[in-house]
Design a protein around this ligand. Structure first.
Ligand code: PMP
Length: 414
């Protein structure tokens, strides 16, 4: 197999052979040669239905014509200026218009950069030092949030990374998801908390869904304690609908981080929110933040094209949700109790009930997941290779693709 050969050499050139840990599928990952629509073509000649979709950005599927056209025509005019460009305003206007909580945005190049800057900004604005995150919440791979982190960190068994010094850890406090009492009592006893950062839906553990009223309670509690609420919508932004989780659940965060879909599949991130807070960002204010590739015209072009497609076709969200539901319905009833679905995010947890938090998610039978994952790939379905990563659908998945995925779920679980 060509993938096996490539991986053998890759391991001599890159740690673990990969550019990001979750890609190191055992015994060796397949290498992708090209991708189109809902499919990946591997270096081994296999054609796979993709339910990973670059871990979320590709809601339109691979190589969507409108996004490709936007990228290609942008290259005609060069792809990096080191100056402002009008495209920044176009994407900024869209994000501001779609999110009532957002007055201003700052573009960066990844979700990690966005959360790192949002946390710094919250500290600069409040003059406080601590932050609270959710156990199992993942906000990228920077020091302050690599503590009980979900996603690949949990999959690889390193939720607490070596190299993150105790002085940093000391300022990152944790509460379980769906536990408002834990949040309240932590805040009762600590007046040095700048912000509570959370994924509205724990996409990096599953998805794990919020209990009814959890998010509105969180907003109330943070407000009562004068603590900023940073909603990390890197996954949920434009995934759960126009306006993301905050519009869906009717909450108003102080700051929001975006990434993934807003770049149409090219590298991007953005932190955003209330004008008085955002105005603390350099050069308007004293909180420093900068980046060579920030607001680069290629990512902006792809993002604008992608969001325009979604805004022009808002009906896609209900089609996506119906398709994910159909996949859930194909699961034999004896195994279906751990199925979780919200819009186009879905996952089968190998446990008796949908988990409510990280601890419950970790009780899942990861061996059984692994057996299932291997059966699915043999049937030509690529799912994210971890029990703790959400599956996605795109608008490129046809009825036939959905039937193929559903059929594979049904067979591989019987
Ligand atoms: N926040 C969330 C909720 C994420 O899911 C991720 C990545 N999966 C990040 C932040 C980090 O984004 P990036 O990988 O673009 O740095």
């Amino acid at each position: 197999m060509r993938s096996e050969e490539l991986f053998a050499e890759a391991q001599t050139l890159m740690p673990g052979g990969v550019s990001s840990p979750v890609r190191a599928i055992k015994p060796y990952p397949f290498y992708t040669r090209s991708a189109s629509g809902s499919h990946l073509l591997t270096e081994d000649g296999e054609n796979l239905v993709d339910c990973c979709l670059g871990y979320g950005p590709l809601i339109l599927g691979h190589a969507h014509p409108a996004v490709r056209e936007a990228i290609c025509s942008c290259t005609e005019g060069g792809w990096l200026y080191g100056t402002p460009a009008e495209k920044e305003l176009i994407l900024a206007r869209m994000i501001v218009a779609d999110h009532p909580s957002v007055d201003m945005v700052r573009f960066v190049s990844s979700g990690s950069e966005a959360t790192m800057a949002a946390i710094r900004l919250a500290r600069g604005f409040t003059n406080r030092e601590d932050i609270i995150k959710i156990e199992g919440g993942f906000h990228g791979a920077h020091d302050g949030v690599l503590i009980k982190a979900g996603s690949g960190a949990t999959t690889m068994g390193v939720p607490d990374s070596a190299g993150v010094i105790p002085d940093v850890v000391r300022h990152t406090l944790q509460v379980p998801y769906n536990d408002t009492e834990a949040l309240s009592s932590l805040l009762e006893n600590n007046d040095n908390v700048a912000a509570f950062i959370l994924e509205p839906v724990l996409g990096n553990v599953g998805p794990v869904l919020p209990d009814e009223n959890y998010l509105s309670e969180v907003r109330k509690i943070t407000e009562e304690h004068d603590v900023l609420l940073i909603l990390d919508e890197v996954i949920t932004g434009y995934r759960l609908g126009i306006g993301g989780a905050q519009v869906k659940y009717g909450i108003t965060p102080d700051l929001t981080t975006f990434g993934k879909i807003i770049g149409g599949g090219l590298p991007i991130g953005c932190f955003s929110g209330r004008r008085d807070i955002m105005a603390m960002t350099a050069p308007a204010g004293p909180v420093y933040q900068a980046g060579t590739f920030s607001g680069n015209p290629l990512s902006l072009s792809a993002g604008i094209a992608c969001l325009q497609q979604l805004r022009d076709n808002p009906g896609v969200y209900s089609t996506l949700a119906e398709n994910a539901r159909a996949i859930g319905e194909s699961i034999p009833s004896a195994k279906s109790d751990g199925f979780v679905n919200l819009g186009s995010m879905f996952k089968l947890f190998f446990r008796k009930t949908p988990p409510r938090d990280y601890r419950e998610a970790k009780e899942s039978d990861t061996e059984a997941f692994s057996v299932f994952w291997n059966k699915m790939i043999k049937k030509g379905i690529f799912l994210p290779p971890s029990q703790f990563e959400t599956n996605f659908l795109s608008i490129a998945h046809t009825e036939e693709d959905v039937a193929t995925i559903a059929g594979a779920y049904s067979e591989c679980l019987s």
